[in-house]
Design a protein around this ligand. Sequence first.
Ligand SMILES: C[S@@+](CC[C@H](N)C(=O)[O-])C[C@H]1O[C@@H](n2cnc3c(N)ncnc32)[C@H](O)[C@@H]1O
Length: 198
Amino acid sequence: MTNKPYSQACENNKNYILPVLKQAFSASVKVLEVGSGSGQHAVFFAQQLDHLQWQTSDLLVNHEGINQWITEYPSTNLLTPVELNLEHTWPVDNVDAIYTANTLHIVSWSLVKRFFEGVQKHLASAGKLCIYGPFNYDGQYTSESNANFDIWLKNRDEQSGIRNIEDILILADIAGLTLKSDHEMPANNRLLEFVKSK
Ligand SMILES: C[S@@+](CC[C@H](N)C(=O)[O-])C[C@H]1O[C@@H](n2cnc3c(N)ncnc32)[C@H](O)[C@@H]1O
């Protein structure tokens, strides 16, 4: 029994995210996950969405934990992590789907911009992008818990913080993406589903 990293939030949200990915990625083949974290989403989604090839990625520091999850819950369609640091070029070929959860409020705004540049470069035409996490609307928090979470984030790293959906949509537009759906998720989170239209 390995001492794997564990995220309770992943266990709580994975069953809500799954039906959205099932529909959004129904015609996709290769998915790149940016910021796989513990690896819990990857092992679950790869098992549940077996028509996909699921490529995990993260900073090197998280690879051991992701590999522990993959070793314990292997799937033939699940690939061990590549080192994808948003500060650098992405070590991947083109994919037709990209998924990221709870990353855009963690990295700095300049890395959020780099994320969308990477999506523009690596996501095939008509490819899908799904982003899970909390967002603000009209510059307002959607709940008191998100407001408190934002304070907590900024105390930890002043460059992090909950992003305004309007700013995300501007970057998405520049990257050639159109918002197809803004899915409401439990615990004041959203799942933004984009399609690459340009
Ligand atoms: C809050 S965790 C989310 C992990 C997982 N997706 C989840 O939902 O539990 C944020 C993730 O962003 C990753 N991250 C932080 N800085 C990054 C960077 N510069 N490039 C790529 N990923 C980064 C972290 O390593 C971590 O896996």
